[in-house]
Design a protein around this ligand. Structure first.
Ligand SMILES: [Zn+2]
Length: 333
């Protein structure tokens, strides 16, 4: 099970999620009662120095970082130093692709203590079966953020004209992800996994994410060297390449504990290109989160998703992979 909690986006790919299973009325009240967080710039972070290696005109992703100042005593799995070290590692991992990460800000502030721990998405209603692959299944039944998570991120992310084009790394204590797993025979069971990072990717949530919160990534554990090295880059990969745990001949949803690719569990950092690379590099460069500065210094954004950003969104044209569905279930049930 080692690695299972690094990130649960494999489970995102596996999960067929439905609309809210919990009482909406209480959560609506919770949402209405939440006021925006009052943020201030983190002391000791020199954003200009961190960005000093950026080159105008190259493909760029804007990233804002929010770190609550009121974590519970004893929570040390994400700190300002570990977040900055992990961000620097992500810059290095993306450097070979030519994509640069532009740090907009690092802010701290006191968030509503109810949001230190949240449930990310509603319990899925429909499990994966073998007839279609996980991306097709997610298009039919997208995951749905809980009202709790929406309220948390609405209070955390400051309104901005470029909200839907910006990646936000939000440090929290716990982001709990529910998913379905084959139990025995033809039965599934609900499990809840404690995530280390969660990217809320559009291949899972294409038409259910509020536009303004499209760039949210939660970061909840950077406490080991491997997490510090890969977690942020890997989660940005889910968001910006818009792929699950897959690499070359490895389809999502199985054999994810392998070396090589950034999008597998393991120590890999490779972002492959071409059809044999499942178009990872091409999808990265086509992402609506990517822009290039023109000669006047204006951001020229890539075209936006045409259908909300599911895996087969027409934006990607032929830069998609078709593969069969799988089921963990005995085929002779
Ligand atoms: Zn992942």
């Amino acid at each position: 099970m080692k690695g299972r909690t690094i990130c649960s986006a494999a489970l995102l790919a596996l999960a067929l999620c439905g609309a809210g299973a919990s009482p909406a009325a209480a959560e609506t009240t919770e949402s209405a009662a939440t006021s925006p967080v009052s943020w201030s710039m983190a002391e000791g972070v020199d954003v200009a120095a961190i960005n000093s290696d950026l080159v105008a005109g190259r493909p760029t992703v804007d990233i804002g970082i929010y770190i609550p100042s009121n974590f519970d005593e004893g929570f040390e799995k994400v700190t300002l130093p570990s977040m900055m070290e992990a961000f620097q590692a992500a810059k290095e991992i993306y450097a070979p692709t030519g994509v640069q990460l532009n740090l907009l800000f690092v802010k701290t502030g006191e968030i509503d203590e109810r949001f230190l721990a949240i449930q990310s998405n509603e319990i899925p209603r429909i499990p994966d079966t073998e007839y279609v692959n996980s991306y097709v299944a997610s298009k039919r039944h997208p995951s749905e953020m809980t009202n709790m998570a929406k309220a948390a991120f609405e209070s955390i992310v400051e309104p901005d004209v470029a909200n839907s084009r910006t990646v936000y790394l939000v440090a929290l204590q716990d982001v709990i992800f529910p998913f379905l797993e084959v139990a025995e025979g033809r039965n599934w069971t609900v499990k809840m996994v404690r995530t280390g990072g969660l990217s809320f990717p559009t291949y899972s949530y294409h038409d259910t994410l509020p536009e303004r919160l499209r760039g949210i990534i939660s970061i909840t554990n950077l406490s080991t060297p491997s997490r510090k090295r890969r977690t942020i880059a890997h989660e940005i990969g889910h968001k910006v390449m818009n792929v699950s745990h897959e690499y070359k001949t490895t389809n999502p949803a199985h054999e994810i504990y392998a070396e090589g690719g950034l999008m597998l569990y393991g120590a890999g950092e490779d972002i492959p290109s071409g059809e044999e690379g499942r178009w990872h590099l091409e999808r990265l460069l086509m992402s609506p989160f990517v822009y290039r500065l023109d000669e006047q210094g204006r951001k020229q954004w890539n075209p936006d998703y045409k259908e909300g950003g599911h895996y087969y969104d027409p934006l990607y044209g032929e830069k998609v992979v078709h593969f069969p569905g799988v089921s963990e279930m005995d085929p002779d049930w």
